[in-house]
Design a protein around this ligand. Structure first.
Ligand code: SAM
Length: 204
């Protein structure tokens, strides 16, 4: 079972402190679960890339990446870590304002611990738009927050298992794991996590 790995600090969201706390963290184990499903030539969208562990993972495989984050600081950290010749396009934007249409469609979309920070109306609107940016047969990986999560009262998007299954119904679900346990954040603050890790494939 995947551990409820730390995501962030509270809704006050001290993102610089979060970035400092996560810069030395390992790649989240969901990337290893994604790996067997990856095609050989991949154009990836990393939504809420943070300090860029996922971006660097895809770059190391020679993939093209579009890295999105609202934080200029996060994107600068990622930029400073890139090897020469890496094909990464940076987009500093909130998900709410993101217009990916000019960039075309993607083979893989990753949203690791990022989309649930949107409040429900913005989440639903963004989810629909994002699905249009994923190629038929494309892969989508990320986390959704469950109703038992300690952060549920904060206005983030939280879902029941049935809600998650409904959201993923248009996809072929390759991996779905529910974690509902006491843990801690990346800044070592005790926290109850209720998280759904998923990997899904858009039906052709
Ligand atoms: C918990 S961090 C996860 C970072 C990275 N994906 C990881 O797993 O290590 C969430 C990231 O999403 C970004 N983020 C949060 N809300 C966002 C929004 N509404 N629009 C764009 N980025 C957002 C934050 O700046 C942060 O980098």
């Amino acid at each position: 079972m995947l551990k409820a790995m730390a995501a962030t600090e509270p809704h006050i969201v001290d993102w610089p402190a979060y970035f400092a706390a996560t810069i030395e963290k390992p790649l989240h184990p969901t990337y290893a679960l994604l790996e067997p499903h990856l095609p050989t030539t991949v154009r990836v969208l990393e939504l809420g890339c943070g300090v860029g562990h996922g971006v660097l993972y895809f770059v190391s495989r020679g993939f093209q990446v579009v890295a999105v984050d609202q934080s200029k600081e996060a994107l600068e950290i990622v930029r400073s870590c890139l090897p020469a010749g890496a094909s990464v396009e940076f987009v500093q934007s909130g998900f709410e304002d993101l217009d990916l249409a000019p960039l075309g469609t993607f083979d893989v979309i990753v949203a690791e611990f990022s989309l649930f920070f949107l409040p429900p109306p913005a989440f639903r609107a963004f989810w629909a738009r994002m699905m249009a940016d994923l190629k038929p047969g494309g892969l989508f990986m990320g986390q959704l927050l469950g109703v038992n999560d300690e952060w549920a009262p904060r206005g983030y998007t939280v879902l029941t298992r049935a809600g998650v299954e409904q959201l993923l119904a248009p996809f072929e679900t390759l991996h779905l794991e529910e974690v509902d346990l006491d843990g801690e954040t990346s800044q070592r603050v005790p926290k109850h996590w209720h998280i759904f890790h998923f990997i899904a494939r858009k039906r052709p």
